[in-house]
Write a protein that binds this ligand. Structure first.
Ligand code: ZN
Length: 245
């Protein structure tokens, strides 16, 4: 991507420009993989307009960069003793080498006390990571399916519907609901405390009735989860901790 530069009181600001279908009105700020600034701009904005807008908002950009770079977390390493989360609780990773015959060809992941055990015939980073990801997925499917049933009992519009659930590891989205009523949740939500995961489930269940973020939608949400604002704040400020891979 082509890099642009704008002069600010504190020096030159380098950035790249990206477009996304959802961004139609204002600038959004992001970091790329290397920690560089990405300006997500409405498609019809000219480069000059983007640059002028940035020049007028240097304070905001500086605050965003400071905050986002501080929060940029290291990737997980999948080594002994590293902390991995389930439902907001940290567990220390214990990797145990075991023969493939004993494991019947499959790695085994179990929780005991405050430890998360991975028994595997290949104790390298990649096999441990993939064993853990598969385990997180199973936990997410089991727990979220059950939570969805519980929360749906308070949602009259969801009564009598099958509630198809899909899981996907996503980087920016916690959940969505398709026009066909298929709820998709971010697998990483299984790492958040249960009330947080519940709040995303409640949000998506409300979309079965209101496919938008209108006031009617928020009235439904208020009924299912009066604390949704607080939960949203947690996801916005802590979300990056749960998205580590
Ligand atoms: Zn929504």
């Amino acid at each position: 991507m082509q890099q642009s530069v704008v002069k600010t009181p504190s020096g030159k600001l380098r950035y790249t420009v990206a477009h996304r279908p959802r961004v139609t009105k204002r600038l959004h700020l992001e970091l790329d993989q290397q920690g560089g600034l990405v300006i997500v701009a409405p498609k019809h904005w000219s480069r000059a307009h983007i640059s002028a807008t940035l020049a007028q908002n240097t304070g905001r950009v500086a605050r965003f960069l400071a905050d986002a770079r501080r929060r940029r977390v290291q990737p997980l390493q999948y080594i002994q003793g590293e902390r991995h989360l389930l439902l907001g609780v940290p567990y220390a990773l214990v990797i145990l080498e075991e023969t493939a015959t004993k494991l019947r060809g499959k790695p085994r992941v179990t929780l005991a006390g405050h430890k998360l055990y991975v028994k595997t015939a290949q104790p390298g980073v990649f096999p441990v990571k993939s064993a853990l990801n598969a385990w997180y997925r199973q936990q997410a499917m089991r727990i979220f399916t059950a939570r969805m049933q519980v929360i749906a009992q308070k949602a009259p519009w969801a009564q009598g519907r099958t509630l198809p659930l899909k899981l996907r590891s996503m980087r920016r989205t916690w959940g969505n609901c398709s026009a066909k009523g298929i709820i998709k949740l971010n697998t990483h939500l299984i790492k958040t405390p249960l009330p947080i995961a519940d709040s995303v489930i409640a949000h998506e269940l409300c979309h079965l009735e209101e496919m938008n973020h209108s006031s009617a939608f928020y009235t439904l949400l208020e009924g299912l989860n009066p604390n949704w604002r607080q939960h949203r704040t947690v996801l916005r400020s802590q979300g990056h901790l749960y998205l580590r891979t």
